[in-house]
Design a protein around this ligand. Sequence first.
Ligand code: SAH
Length: 244
Amino acid sequence: MKLSVIGIGPGGGIDLTGRARAALDGCDAIIGYTVYVDLLKNDYPDKEIKTTPMRKEVDRCRMAVEEAAAGRNVAMVCSGDPGVYGMAGLCYEVAQEYAPIEIEVIPGITAACGGAAVLGAPLMHDFAVISLSDLLTPWEKIEARLKGAAAADFVLCLYNPASHKRPDYLQRACDILLAAKPAETVCGFVRSIGREGEAATVLTLGELRDAEVDMFTTVFVGNSQTKVINGKMVTPRGYLQREQ
Ligand code: SAH
């Protein structure tokens, strides 16, 4: 009947919005990647749960669309926001192949916003979000976007900064940024935002180059104005500077 593509925030639990909760309360089945469904299933012991492994995104969306087309209310859960490197777009694409169903996208707190709040206030000014994963995007395009964002002095938020197969991608990205930005540029990264073991680090771009990060980490690179205030990463919006 209806497919709700739901963002559960970076860690689920109290990060879920009221809308996300209501959609989960009203659904017949919850579908998602195992790790995200695990964050929810204790809260919904009576719901039918269907999981698929990572990398099985198309299968997962097909399963969700087919269930909805068969007359059920389906909740497809994504971490963060479903429209930010999530499943929302793919659900619309896959649904074209089936009889029409209603699709509803329910936004969630994306890692950029969740992580920014942990670090302080790094995204106060114009920022660009770039994924370093080249599974679906050629690396040359990622490089071009990094260069463009650095040249335009955007604050940067980097998703998918590393994986087992690409342990050096953050280093490669930092080398590109260091060609256009000072090594002292304030940066930060947050691991396991909103989850057990959440940990934040504030450091310079020069230090970030050699930092070890994994796929559960989101990285922030400041603009030329970003500073450290009491250990927090803060990009001034410009109010105080205007008064001077
Ligand atoms: N839809 C998600 C993003 C999925 S892409 C969202 O809106 O947040 C996966 C990447 O998101 C990870 O590699 C990591 O960079 C980031 N991410 C997602 N959840 C995270 C969390 N809880 N802590 C840190 N980074 C996270």
